[in-house]
Design a protein around this ligand. Structure first.
Ligand code: HEM
Length: 203
């Protein structure tokens, strides 16, 4: 039952994350375009009922994830089973910090948590030393976790070889996408001018 709920909740969070990451890639068309698309998406995910459901799913995912890690501690065999727990553990950490930071950014610092909110940490040293791996690993962990889930769910339908191949593609894709997004937000492809109020939170 708990596994089933974890999957349903993952589907809701996963749908948000796919739009969220596609939104981040829009920064290739410029910061203004990224913000424009985010404002469009917010009309949906910031609708109170939708946001409550999304945040409740995040809370449930964290709690059930910690439970699965603890209950199967030392019992996991094979690369994909172990990596599923590892990526899940990172997602627990990331979701707590990331969603906490976004909510605090809005409520405490009165910031519009848009492109600049994320880009500030990547563009100011030494905070960037934390934020580059933090965001890269988040995107990588997300796709790794999904890849490992598919690896397990397809165990009766696909050969081990095919499942290993799918799992590996998900892991590599996650790292590649994570690196692309941090470089994009870090100003590698074009210069980014971060407004002072975003930088001030790091000073
Ligand atoms: C490089 C990667 C990422 C960046 C730069 C990033 C950045 C952001 C920003 C700026 C917001 C605020 C959005 C808004 O104010 O409308 C946000 C919200 C959020 N992000 Fe991310 N994010 C990244 C990856 C992820 C991943 C991988 C996940 C999930 C596994 C995730 C989950 C969330 C959630 C749940 C919210 C809160 C949505 C809300 O209710 O307002 N993010 N992120």
């Amino acid at each position: 039952m708990l596994h089933k709920l974890h999957r349903v909740s993952a589907l809701i969070i996963g749908t948000f994350v796919l739009f969220h990451l596609a939104n981040h890639l829009m920064a290739f068309s410029g910061v203004a375009r990224h913000i424009e698309i985010m404002e469009l998406l917010r009309r949906f995910y910031r609708y109170p009922l939708v946001e409550i459901v999304l945040l409740a799913c995040v809370g449930f995912q964290i709690a059930s994830g910690v439970f699965f890690i603890k209950s199967r501690w030392g019992k996991r065999v094979g690369f994909f089973e172990k990596v599923q727990a590892l990526s899940g553990a990172y997602l627990v950490f990331f979701l707590l910090v990331h969603v906490g930071a976004v909510l605090a950014g809005r409520a405490v610092f009165n910031l519009d948590t848009n492109f600049y909110f994320a880009a500030a940490g990547l563009n100011i040293f030494p905070a960037s030393l934390f934020f580059y791996p933090y965001y890269t690993l988040a995107v990588a962990a997300f796709f790794t976790h999904v890849g490992c889930a598919i690896h397990w769910l397809a165990r009766e339908r696909l050969s081990v070889r095919a499942r290993n191949r799918i799992g590996t593609v998900f892991i590599l894709f996650g790292f590649l996408l994570g690196i692309t997004i941090v470089l994009l937000f870090g100003g590698i492809f074009f210069e980014i001018q971060i407004p002072e109020n975003y930088l001030a939170t790091y000073r």
